[in-house]
Design a protein around this ligand. Structure first.
Ligand code: SF4
Length: 820
């Protein structure tokens, strides 16, 4: 193994092969600037959902680098490119360091008293005049558990509003919903260690190499070792995972349910079903089998535009697996019939009896590092502790815990999802919107609409963030927040691993931890419980963690066995962790399905096609014994299809080197240089037939809006365009929106539409037209060549490299000392 390599040019580093059932060998990655480290402070990655454990290097009160934690279960010492370089964004020169207040149309520097005074005055006035429904909160997948829980108590029992959601709605809402629909409860059934054991790995709409690069290193190391797993990849793009797969299916976007129904059809037809498991642990088999009876591979092939033979091969792979691990991400979650498709993957696992054993399971992935925490804590459209808002006993538990009347906690309807919060703001019933750690002016669909809404006089917007984002620049009050490395708290990754992230340095200027801002608000609002004591009785992160432990006790996400001390000592630990499971829980459902019983489940479920709620009575009749529910879903064509005017399908997605709207990665030199600007991807056959080539300046237009960028010709399926969604305007002359050169944010083009079950917006099923604005001038598209964006003709663009600044260490675990 080489000791130092360019981790932009070689994002996954060198291999440490291993065989099934062996522990993943250690490889310690590090990137340090300058000489000397005063101390190392434990943390975990904030730039994807893998939750890689690392130590932050501090010298002279500044962060100067990171190293992976060799003893941690999640990454065994490895770090991805965003982990290695992303910390530099903490030092960006444009960090917000003082509160800003809009006066005479301009944001002016202010102080905390003035800014919080304005927010509190407006909140009190609105509560008095219009009631709690006039106030909404839209948070992130970037804060800590302690902050989400404090926010949930503030919004639910302090203000008493139903309008609280996270940007996790754009990312992970379908994962949560799919788990709830099948298992009656959110929470990842599998563990990352299942990669060490599986013999078949199926990736559904999950470009793991770019979204969870460290998990992909684990897969690459299995592929390099003896008895490697067989891979199935469903993705319309030529991803690195597709390149390593035995079967790669590249369906038309919006057709996932048709494809999955055909795979289920084949399993039933060939009787590759674990009938004993199905009988013991599920309900709904007959309905599911009947639902897929007509969904032959030939039928799906016509809809999905993939060969029927390949669908059969994929079904054989799944059917022959002895240890099957399936993963799902945005190619499913942000697409048409999102929950219906994600649930069919759960069905696949259940039919094959592949759950609760090493190497067998499903990972309904998250994109964000702390998405799991928004879900557990109830900051995302659920009640805290995975409680069911329709179950009076669950609401009563919360009321007792918070010492408030039950009516104080809004539960007259499901918590409001983000797309509806913005609709209410547009219609005028929400008059104050508090946005923390997220950037809807780039990340929501149909941006022209969102910009207009954020600018409107009738909406008072509070933005709590690190930088002058596109959203912050449109706000009425901007609150400067501290970030990772500057505050203490815990966060939980996609496989339920909890890490402690400790404060390493002071935040810049007057920036404060999000927790302090929320506690300050609660104090100034003077929220009280039924005995007149402060509603929020904690004052710091450890206090908030203890309060959360009480709330989680006895629920699936039980944290009562965890403590900051234990996390310090042991690194990542998976919940539930309680007296019964003091070491945490590697995988759920090892002893059958645990949380789907009518009295304990988080939801009674929904119809997968219409989104209509299943009533408590119906659920009790369907699933009295609390088994997993096999739910069928018929395929429906996408709402927006191609036409003469918009003949191409359009999908959006991300690249390895950026995260979200580039608020952090755009301020990281190595990452920014690897993918410095917007591009458009088209397939080689499509480009040829249209007389287009690499580097042409093109416009992509839909019924909503347009973007302009240079063309990258790749091996993506014909008939499809791809836009990376990261690029906005903060670093362009327009700052909040398109300038004279046209739009560059992918969401200028996407549609205001969402999945009926998870309410997750659809970013992957637009119809568009493509126009050449100018021929190439010799400049290739600024897309990386190391990823799914690699040019079909390798000579078309110079290889992406990082140079000396991107050199990082990688070392194998030292061999044990020889005993004399
Ligand atoms: S980049 Fe995609 S997957 Fe990642 S957090 Fe954002 S929406 Fe989720």
């Amino acid at each position: 193994m080489r000791e130092r390599i360019d981790r932009i040019a070689e994002p996954w580093g060198d291999r440490t092969p291993y065989r099934p059932g062996q522990p993943w060998p250690v490889r310690r990655d590090a990137h340090l600037t300058g000489d000397g480290v005063d101390r190392w402070v434990p943390a975990a990655s904030l730039l994807h959902s893998n939750g890689d454990a690392m130590d932050v290097a501090v010298r002279d009160g500044r962060i100067v680098g990171v190293r992976g934690r060799a003893d941690d279960r999640v990454n065994r010492g490895r770090l991805g490119p965003k982990d290695l370089f992303g910390w530099q964004a903490n030092h960006a020169r444009d960090r917000l360091t003082v509160p800003l207040v809009r006066r005479g149309g301009e944001l002016e520097e202010s102080d905390w008293d003035t800014a919080m005074g304005l927010v509190v005055d407006r909140s009190k006035h609105l509560l008095e005049e219009h009631g709690p429904g006039a106030i909404g909160f839209y948070t992130s997948g970037q804060l800590f558990l302690e902050e989400y829980y404090t926010l949930a108590v503030t919004a639910r029992a302090g203000i008493g509003t139903n309008h609280l959601d996270g940007n996790t709605r754009l990312c992970t809402a379908t994962a949560a919903e799919a788990l709830k629909e099948t298992f009656g409860c959110d929470g990842q059934p599998a563990s990352y260690t299942d990669v060490d054991h599986c013999d078949t790995l199926a990736l559904f709409g999950h470009n793991m190499a770019e979204t969870q690069p460290v998990l992909w290193m684990r897969v690459l190391d299995r592929l390099a070792g003896p008895e490697p797993p067989r891979l199935l990849c469903v993705d319309p793009r030529p991803t690195p995972a597709a390149a390593r797969s035995e079967v790669h299916l590249a369906p038309r976007t919006g057709t996932n349910v048709a494809l999955l129904n055909a795979l289920l059809h084949e399993l039933v037809r060939t009787d590759r079903i674990d009938h004993a498991y199905v009988r013991a642990h599920t309900v709904g088999y007959q309905e599911l089998a009947a639902g897929v009876a007509k969904c032959t591979p030939q039928w799906a092939a016509r809809i999905c535009d993939v060969p029927a033979r390949e669908i059969q091969r994929a079904a054989e792979l799944l059917g022959e697996a002895r240890k099957l691990l399936s993963t799902v991400l945005q190619g499913v979650y942000q697409s048409h019939q999102a929950t219906a498709a994600a649930v069919q993957v759960n069905n696949l696992q259940l039919l094959r009896g592949m759950l609760g054993r090493p190497g067998c399971g499903v990972l309904q992935m998250n994109g964000q590092p702390t998405a799991e925490n928004t879900r557990e804590c109830g900051a995302d459209g659920d009640l805290p502790g995975f409680r069911n808002w329709e179950n009076a006993a669950h609401v009563a538990e919360l009321a007792k815990l918070w010492n408030v009347e039950e009516e104080r906690i809004p539960h007259y309807g499901a918590p409001t999802p983000a797309m509806q919060i913005f609709r209410y703001a547009e219609q005028g019933s929400i008059k104050l919107l508090w946005i923390s750690g997220t950037n809807p002016a780039v990340s929501l669909p149909e941006l022209a609409r969102i910009r207009e809404l954020l600018r409107s006089e009738g909406l008072f917007t509070v933005v709590q963030d690190l930088y002058p984002t596109e959203t912050a620049l449109l706000a009425d009050v901007v609150l400067p927040a501290a970030t990772w490395g500057e505050k203490t708290g815990t966060f939980t990754n996609a496989d339920r691993t909890v890490h402690l992230c400790e404060q390493a340095v002071q935040p810049p200027g007057q920036a404060r931890p999000d927790l302090d801002i929320l506690l300050d608000y609660a104090r100034r609002m003077d929220f009280r419980d039924r005995d007149g004591a402060p509603l929020i009785g904690w004052h710091d992160a450890p206090g908030a963690f203890e309060a959360w432990q009480r709330c989680s006790a006895g629920r699936p996400c039980d944290y009562t066995g965890l403590s900051y001390e234990l996390l310090r000592e042991r690194g990542g630990i998976q919940w539930p962790c309680d007296a019964e499971h003091p070491d945490g829980t590697e995988r759920l459902y090892s002893d059958g399905i645990s949380w789907a019983a009518p009295d304990t489940c988080e939801t009674y479920g929904r119809d997968l096609v219409t989104g209509a709620a299943v009533s408590e009575t119906e659920y009790r009749a369907l699933n009295p014994g609390g088994r997993a529910v096999l739910k069928a879903a018929e395929y429906l064509p996408p709402h927006e299809d191609v036409s003469a005017e918009h003949p191409l399908q359009l999908t959006t997605g991300r690249t390895l080197y950026h995260f979200h709207t580039r608020t952090k990665t755009g301020r990281t030199p190595q990452l920014d240089a690897a993918a410095p600007g917007m591009w458009v991807e088209i397939g080689a056959g499509e480009a040829r037939s249209r007389g287009l080539g690499e580097g042409d300046l093109v416009e992509v237009a839909t019924a909503r809006g347009a973007v302009r960028a240079r063309l990258r010709v790749t091996a993506i399926r014909d008939g499809l365009l791809f836009l990376p969604f990261h690029y906005g305007y903060w670093d362009t002359p327009g700052r909040t929106g398109p300038g004279p050169d046209g739009g560059r944010a992918a969401n200028e083009t996407t549609v205001t539409d969402w999945d009926p079950v998870s309410k997750q917006p659809l970013y992957k099923t637009a119809a568009a037209r493509l126009t050449r604005i100018a021929p190439a001038d010799g400049t290739p598209a600024p897309a990386p060549t190391t990823t799914a964006s690699a040019p079909a003709d390798p000579a078309a663009a110079p290889p992406t490299t990082g140079g000396p600044d991107a050199l990082a260490d990688q070392r194998p675990d030292p061999a044990p000392e020889a005993t004399p």
